[in-house]
Write a protein that binds this ligand. Structure first.
Ligand SMILES: [Ca+2]
Length: 302
């Protein structure tokens, strides 16, 4: 029974169509509880505390996703530097997105702040259709769809393609900034992996090989760059060198001057969840061609 001066405390949690309601009646201020009453109130308060802890975790995930979505909604604003267009059309007909200059967080285990000048990056991976038009070399394998990303091209062929259309390969730092945004997101869309948003090794995305570039509306970074999580991994202009991150320049790094392996970034249709993180890195000899690796190009903004 509620006595005069008692203070009811009610917590109601709604999730989907389910709701959970807990009511605790606190004693009037200054009043003391004893025996069974005290135990009951303590247990009820503990139950509320547990509920709050559970949902705090979920709220923090939701908050991160909300931030990412806000970023996506405002990407044209991010791109509106005075006198610089947010998007341009490249010489191969592909839209390029402006990534504004400034700092971002690079690296997984020991993240560092790196500053980059503004640059443009292709909105999508280079497709078979674009590859055929620019005619660097024959498409391999030929059977894949026109709007699917080109695969099995060496790092040298990718570099030649970009140069033929007046662009260049992105540096690893540029690629990572385009994927993570200014807040260092671990996945392009937020804090956690979500099946079905990108073309990776999962039944949820409905593709068992490469897919047309426009098929993954949610594999989109805060800047509006698509397929950085999946579809194909992408060559970048950066040699692999162990420990290089710890000593690299903090402003516009270009990567080690020499090495044996070139880096490629982002997951592919064959990647497991961990490999689709915005910080995951792979490398191979630059002359090698992989059925999981394609590329996109970049361009200076000034
Ligand atoms: Ca990709």
């Amino acid at each position: 029974m509620e006595a005069p001066g008692d203070r009811p405390l009610s917590v109601e949690v709604l999730r989907g169509t389910q709701s959970k309601r807990l009511v605790v009646v606190l004693p009037a201020r200054g009043a003391s509880l004893s025996g069974a009453d005290a135990t009951k109130t303590k247990e009820e308060l503990q139950a509320i505390e547990e509920l709050i802890t559970t949902f705090k975790g979920e709220l923090s995930d939701l908050e991160a996703d909300r931030k990412a979505l806000l970023g996506q909604a405002s990407s044209p604003v991010l791109g509106s530097l005075p006198g610089v267009q947010a998007t341009i059309v490249g010489d191969d007909g592909q839209n390029m997105v402006l990534i504004p200059g400034g700092e971002f967080i690079m690296g997984g285990k020991e993240p560092i702040r790196i500053s980059l000048d503004a640059f443009y990056i292709d909105q999508y991976e280079v497709t078979n259709e674009m590859w055929d038009r620019v005619a660097v070399s024959k498409r391999r394998p030929k059977s894949l769809c026109d709007r699917c990303p080109v695969i099995a091209v060496s790092w040298y062929e990718a570099k030649t393609y970009c140069e033929k259309v007046g662009k260049r390969l992105p540096t690893e730092a540029e690629w990572e900034k385009a994927a993570r945004g200014p807040d260092g997101l671990p996945y392009v869309w937020g804090q956690n992996f979500r099946p079905g948003l990108a073309n990776v090794k999962s039944a949820a995305d409905k593709f068992s090989f490469t897919g047309p570039i426009e098929s993954f509306a949610l594999d989109k970074s805060v800047y509006g760059v698509y397929n950085l999580s999946g579809n194909v991994s992408e060559w970048v202009d950066w040699w692999y060198q162990k420990g290089y991150y710890a000593t690299m320049p903090r402003s516009n790094p270009k990567g080690p001057v020499r090495g044996d392996f070139k880096i490629y970034r982002g997951g592919s249709w064959k990647s497991r969840q961990e490999e689709t993180r915005t910080t995951a890195r792979e490398w191979s000899f630059p002359e090698e061609q992989h059925e999981t690796v394609g590329f996109r190009c970049a361009k200076d903004a000034s």
